[in-house]
Design a protein around this ligand. Sequence first.
Ligand SMILES: *[C@@H]1O[C@H](CO)[C@@H](O)[C@H](O)[C@H]1NC(C)=O
Ligand SMILES: *[C@@H]1O[C@H](CO)[C@@H](O)[C@H](O)[C@H]1NC(C)=O
Ligand SMILES: *[C@@H]1O[C@H](CO)[C@@H](O)[C@H](O)[C@H]1NC(C)=O
Length: 211
Amino acid sequence: MHTFLFFIVLLIFLTTSTIVGSTNEQPPLMSPAPPHKGGHHGHRRRNTAKFFGYIRKNQTAYLHNQTELANEFVYAHNWVRNEYKLPALTWDESLASIARKYLMERYEDCKLVHSNESYGENMFWGKKLHWTPCDAVYYWYMEKNYYDFKTLKCEPPPKFCEHFTQIVWRDSTHVGCALQHCHLPESGMLIACEYDPPGNYINENPLLHST
Ligand SMILES: *[C@@H]1O[C@H](CO)[C@@H](O)[C@H](O)[C@H]1NC(C)=O
Ligand SMILES: *[C@@H]1O[C@H](CO)[C@@H](O)[C@H](O)[C@H]1NC(C)=O
Ligand SMILES: *[C@@H]1O[C@H](CO)[C@@H](O)[C@H](O)[C@H]1NC(C)=O
């Protein structure tokens, strides 16, 4: 009986996250204002590494160095978790490898579609190729503006907060992520993070231990 209920809840979570993934995982379009265009004030791209206080060891090569990528992902996640006094997540190389393998499956189509893994999963798609681990975590974190911890609701529709609630899910202990530029540069790039144990069980407060 217990196991069965667990399965149902997990199924609901996976279904929800699939719908979310295909509709709302694009970062806001924030390109720098084109120079010499009077009267137009574009949005400047936010320096999310600075926001988190993260200092990259190697500004040019960090995307190609798995250790530095991992450090940045885990740092940004734990910055957010620390805001809520939650225990830090630990990097898990096997989760990262699942994320990398899954993004390879999306290498040609670059589609923001969730995998069928039984972990929690956050995804991010960007049209440009400049998005970083800090960027993805930052935009997921910003969903907090729509989440009410008292009612456990995300409002107003059609806002989604499941990326944020997964990051601050107390019972998740491990994370592993991947970042990939897709085959055609114009199709963009993807980021995926896998969380274990998965979060986002309906009607549960992310910040509390499940009972
Ligand atoms: C940064 O990475 C590049 C490419 O891997 C390398 O050539 C360069 O020496 C690195 N710089 C530092 C300061 O480690
Ligand atoms: C990757 O980054 C780590 C941590 O900064 C560094 O120790 C290592 O030498 C780098 N590896 C390569 C191949 O540059
Ligand atoms: C997940 O499983 C469903 C049902 O078997 C399948 O239709 C879908 O393509 C799978 N998704 C991925 C990303 O593999």
